[in-house]
Write a protein that binds this ligand. Structure first.
Ligand code: ACO
Length: 323
């Protein structure tokens, strides 16, 4: 059977680092409050010349180099983002052009913080369905552009960045020992749409809008939703938490990550955490964390890796991959 195998990873971060202490004087907050409640210590913020497309392009080039491939080898670009360069065309098409690709196809996928997990599951289906052989799956965001910088309850939480993977068709036997995407579960529930949203858009206000969040409400639902979708993925694959080598969760809040891992019985040393360095980069958070753990040698060929995310909508999902 066809399996969608990860061949390379890459990342890109804006030049400017903003530390927690840099918010003191801007809004009523402190390094201590932010670090204690979220685990965040710093985030990267895009400059005027850095956009979702430019960061996505840089992450894509890094993933291609890591895979030993060139843009000519790719036939599909899927970009997970909620902060596109323009309402249309899709920023994925912009990145395709920046890469010098005039073949294949490209589109954006919008599932907020769950975008990258949705995009990996989508790329897997395109590959197994025969529509693509090699896919660049990118998560790229510039949330700094949709933050209300006077709202301390949201502006301290988010950061900008991009991560990417190259996924290609490979041969498998159908067994759990196969390399590639082994199982996926995706969920959404629009009854929660007003708990985390942007208060603008082309069809309503005609403006871009700002991020609004009932943080406590999101927190209340997060752990239950995350653990449910992961248990469904474990059941699909016939594995338990003990079989995992690495858990790469969405990097929104260290307390949510710790509580989810504890409830699932995933050992602390198997959890990849980068929220301290990047803040919440929405659809970029999982591929950024992945590329850090691949680059530092933690995630190796043959490892069983669980990706998970939850975000606005609500949307949530998990993907199990043999590296
Ligand atoms: N600095 C200092 N105080 C603050 C700050 C701040 N930056 N922000 C809020 N506070 C205050 C509040 O006003 C409140 O004060 P009050 O008690 O006088 O009303 C107090 O701190 C406690 O506020 P809570 O909201 O209860 O704090 P909580 O412990 O819940 O932490 C947080 C807030 C970090 C936002 C948390 O709720 C959270 O992480 N929620 C989930 C966010 C998330 O995971 N999002 C993921 C999806 S993101 C996406 O999809 C785009």
């Amino acid at each position: 059977m066809i399996r969608s195998v990860v061949r390379g990873t890459g990342a890109a971060l804006p030049r400017r680092i903003m530390k927690n202490a840099d918010f003191e004087g801007m809004v009523e907050t402190s390094d201590e409050w932010i670090a204690q409640r979220t685990g965040i210590r710093q985030r990267h913020i895009a400059g005027d010349d850095e956009t979702t497309a430019s960061l996505g392009e840089a992450a894509a080039r890094a993933a291609l180099a890591n895979a030993g491939l060139t843009p000519a080898d790719i036939d599909l670009v899927v970009l997970a983002t909620s902060t596109p360069n323009n309402t249309f065309p899709a920023t994925a098409v912009d990145i395709q052009n920046r890469l010098g690709m005039h073949h294949g196809f490209a589109f954006d996928l919008q599932a907020v913080c769950s975008g990258f997990v949705y995009a990996v599951a989508t790329a897997d289906l395109y590959i197994r369905g025969g529509l693509a052989k090699r896919v660049l799956v990118i998560g790229s965001e510039t949330f700094s552009r949709i933050l209300d910088w006077s709202d301390r309850s949201t502006c301290v939480l988010f950061g900008d960045g991009a991560g990417a993977v190259v996924v290609e068709a490979g041969e498998g036997t159908g067994a759990i020992a196969d390399r590639g995407v082994l199982a996926a579960s995706l969920r959404s529930d629009g009854t929660h749409k007003d708990k985390l949203f942007v208060d603008g858009g082309p069809s309503t206000t005609g403006t871009v809008g700002h991020l609004r969040m009932e943080g406590r409400e999101v927190f209340k639902h997060a752990v239950g939703m995350i653990t449910d979708v992961i248990e469904a993925t474990f059941a699909q694959a016939g594995i338990t938490a003990d079989d995992l080598d690495w858990f790469v969760p969405h990097q929104a809040n260290k307390r949510i990550i710790d509580a989810s891992a504890k409830k699932l019985g995933i050992a602390e040393q198997k959890v990849v955490v980068t929220v301290d360095l990047h803040g919440n980069t929405s659809a970029a958070s999982v591929p950024l964390a992945l590329s850090v753990a691949v680059a530092d040698g933690r995630i190796k060929k043959g490892d069983l890796v669980l990706l998970e995310a939850m975000g606005g909508g609500f949307t949530w999902g998990a993907v199990l991959v043999r590296w």
